[in-house]
Design a protein around this ligand. Structure first.
Ligand SMILES: Cc1cc2nc3c(=O)[nH]c(=O)nc-3n(C[C@H](O)[C@H](O)[C@H](O)COP(=O)(O)OP(=O)(O)OC[C@H]3O[C@@H](n4cnc5c(N)ncnc54)[C@H](O)[C@@H]3O)c2cc1C
Length: 385
């Protein structure tokens, strides 16, 4: 991966923005969630950061995914997981399919304001009955004249309480489970939608997560993204960007926790010497840094191949799997070296410990990543009839 002057400039833009407009407020947003997406997103939009890879004709910067990767990676500077997750939902989870396959009219109506930050978006796939088994979802969108009538519910939806629109995956026919789904853009102003109170979570506190109910919600069929029945395939494609975002976004956060731990271990003395002088500690921190660099190489390679037009399901799944496991390892190991301080709520290692736990669950759990990897390696046994 060769980064140009433009990449460096973009990195600096994101860094400066985070240092000025996000990090000073993170503690406040964590204590009093959610972070104010409707204030923050227009500022990000003004700098072009919500549409880096989106087409210029809809207000995006029209750059390739290496620039999106730079933004995802730098968003990892944010001193919590919830805010970058909310931004990532907007840039890499609820808009890639709309940008690629949405009609011109639909893109003007929803993609343009998602890129300026006027609209906050959410991706609505998971349901109470199951998130891993996407094909088994139960929400329906039934045709009625020129409209769809939507019934069902979605669970654990990020940005739910602040969203202006959803990119919803629903069953639009009774056919085979991989061919009966469509992605539909649903404005949150549509009659018949209710959103739960924000759900109480272990971590990612500044992000709002909610359950959404649909009771005879009417949306025009023209809000469907692409052809009917292609939703499952589109969502699987959309997952590639989600998984690369998640893996790239984890890198700087891990580095920050390791750096903060090194500083602490230099200052903290036990038995007459700094904690860092213990070989078991400095070796472990060196090993974890090596793992982070190895993950970075994998993410960069996935990104490079993606830009080249390859299907990177295998590499993106490997990167997501490795990231989910490594963030847990790094935050757990570092928390240990802070001792009692690591167990305190506002400690950087303890926040990372809470926030990072999600990465092995959301957007496809570790086991789902392993299933995909096994399938692509040709070693996944077929289901017994
Ligand atoms: C904070 C948060 C934010 C989220 N944001 C969104 C969002 O914006 N949009 C959205 O659509 N969803 C969102 N989700 C949902 C998330 O994607 C799902 O929780 C995830 O896909 C797992 O689905 P599940 O919880 O139903 O677990 P289940 O599918 O019930 O699986 C439970 C566990 O079983 C294991 N497992 C599952 N299948 C297998 C298998 N085949 N083999 C072996 N083990 C298996 C895994 O360890 C898994 O964690 C969010 C979740 C959280 C907690």
């Amino acid at each position: 991966m060769k980064f140009t002057e433009e990449h460096k400039q973009l990195r600096k833009t994101v860094r400066d923005f985070i240092d000025k407009e996000i990090n000073p407020y993170v503690d406040e947003w964590e204590a009093h969630p959610p972070f104010p997406a409707h204030e923050l997103f227009p500022k990000l939009g003004k700098l072009g950061l919500l549409g880096v890879t989106k087409p210029e004709e809809y207000g995006g910067l029209g750059l390739d995914y290496s620039y999106g990767l730079v933004v995802s990676e730098e968003l990892g500077r944010i001193r919590c997981g919830g805010v970058p997750m909310g931004i990532g939902v907007q840039t890499d989870m609820c808009t890639p399919a709309l940008a690629r396959w949405g009609s011109d009219e639909l893109r003007k109506e929803f993609l343009v304001p998602a890129i300026t930050g006027e609209y906050v978006g959410a991706i609505a796939v998971s349901e109470v009955g199951g998130g891993s088994d996407v094909a088994a979802l139960k929400t329906t969108a039934t045709k009625d004249g020129d409209d769809y009538i939507i019934n069902g519910s979605k669970m654990w939806i990020t940005n739910a309480t602040q969203a202006d629109f959803l990119c919803l995956l629903a069953n639009t026919s009774d056919g085979k489970v991989h061919q009966n789904k469509s992605l539909i853009i649903v404005p949150m102003t549509a009659k018949g939608i209710t959103v739960s109170e924000p759900l109480k979570k272990l971590g990612m506190l500044s992000s709002d997560t909610g359950q959404i109910f649909f009771e005879n919600v009417r949306v025009p069929q023209r809000n469907r993204i692409g052809a009917e029945g292609m939703g499952f395939m589109m969502q699987m494609m959309q997952f590639q960007e989600e998984r690369m975002f998640a893996a790239a976004n984890s890198l700087r956060g891990m580095e920050h926790v390791i750096e903060a731990t090194i500083e602490y271990c230099k200052e903290r003395h036990t038995f007459g010497q700094p904690l860092l002088a213990n070989q078991v500690i400095h070796f472990r921190l060196a090993e974890l840094s090596t793992e982070v660099e190895a993950l970075r190489s994998l993410v960069y390679r996935a990104c490079e191949e993606y830009i080249g037009g390859a299907n990177v399901t295998l590499l993106a799944s490997m990167a997501k799997l490795k990231a989910g496991r490594l963030v847990r390892e790094v935050s757990d190991a570092c928390l240990q070296y802070w001792g009692g301080m690591g167990f305190m709520w506002d400690n950087p290692a303890s926040r990372s410990y809470r926030d990072s736990r999600l990465l092995s669950i959301g957007g496809g759990a570790d086991e789902i990543m392993m299933g995909i990897i096994c399938k692509l390696m040709g070693i996944l046994p077929g289901k017994k009839k």
